[in-house]
Design a protein. Structure first.
Length: 254
């Protein structure tokens, strides 16, 4: 019950963030402008609209997850309000999980708004909304959940600025892990191979959630891949949240 109360309070706090509305506005603007951009290119307009629409939902959703997520705990620490919170009959894990759940609600609401805008553009242009699009959006949201968990973990022990840098770095590397591993294998250096293999299994492989290309080009998707990607994301989120709780539990605020 306490986790739900904290989550709802976090949701009310995050919806007041100006950056949230700015990012949402630009996301909807990009989705809407896809119609104009599609008329300036030669080829299937539907593919261009789908590509820009899904990419906009992904990019701006991740930006919201990062720039709102990094302040979930660090702002409480910087403003000294954390002392009031931990003095109440609330366990620290309840506080963290409540904050995380609250941002997930915020992300769900904002993602829903972007998806409605995206689908509206497709319907106006008389294009079909396919089940694969729903699958792509589902994996995009799971990726947001992973990035939010990472941002939350960093916010438990460092400043907002460093949390943003670390989270963005993890996001970029997470999409390059496969390429980095292949590059290390070509070099043939045992140390590099070991380091890349370690990073490959420790850091989140965010390419598991990227099926936008397959959806845009109507490439058949294996249902088992979608299920395994979702399970992988949930498992990684669980490990990150456990790490966050341990770090936050051991932190001394005196």
């Amino acid at each position: 019950m306490k986790i739900v109360v904290i989550a709802l309070n976090t949701f009310r706090e995050t919806v007041r963030e100006k950056v949230l509305y700015n990012l949402l506005f630009f996301a909807l603007l990009m989705i809407g402008s896809s119609v104009l951009l599609s008329t300036l290119t030669i080829g299937e307009q539907s593919k261009i609209i789908m590509d820009i629409g899904l990419a906009s939902i992904n990019i701006f959703g991740i930006l919201i997850a990062i720039f709102v997520g990094i302040g979930l705990v660090s702002k409480e620490i910087e403003k000294k309000t954390i002392y009031t919170i931990i003095s109440k009959p609330i366990y620290r894990y309840q506080f963290l999980l409540g904050k995380y759940l609250g941002l997930l609600i915020t992300l769900f609401v904002n993602t829903s708004i972007m998806v409605i805008g995206f689908f509206a553009v497709l319907l106006i242009m008389s294009y079909n909304i396919t089940p694969d699009m729903i699958k792509a959006i589902l994996l995009i949201y799971v990726e947001m959940m992973v990035v939010t968990a990472v941002a939350l973990m960093f916010s438990t022990f460092t400043t907002s600025a460093l949390s943003a840098i670390f989270t963005i770095s993890i996001y970029v590397i997470g999409h390059l892990l496969g390429d980095l591993k292949a590059f290390a294998a070509k070099l043939g250096n045992p140390v590099m191979v070991f380091m890349m293999d370690a990073l490959y299994y420790i850091l989140p492989n965010l390419e598991n959630f990227n099926i936008k290309g397959e959806v845009v080009h109507n490439i058949a998707l294996d249902p088992s891949f979608i299920v395994m990607s979702v399970l992988y994301g949930l498992l990684y989120i669980t490990m990150i949240l456990l790490s966050s709780v341990i770090i936050f539990q051991r932190r001394d605020f005196k």
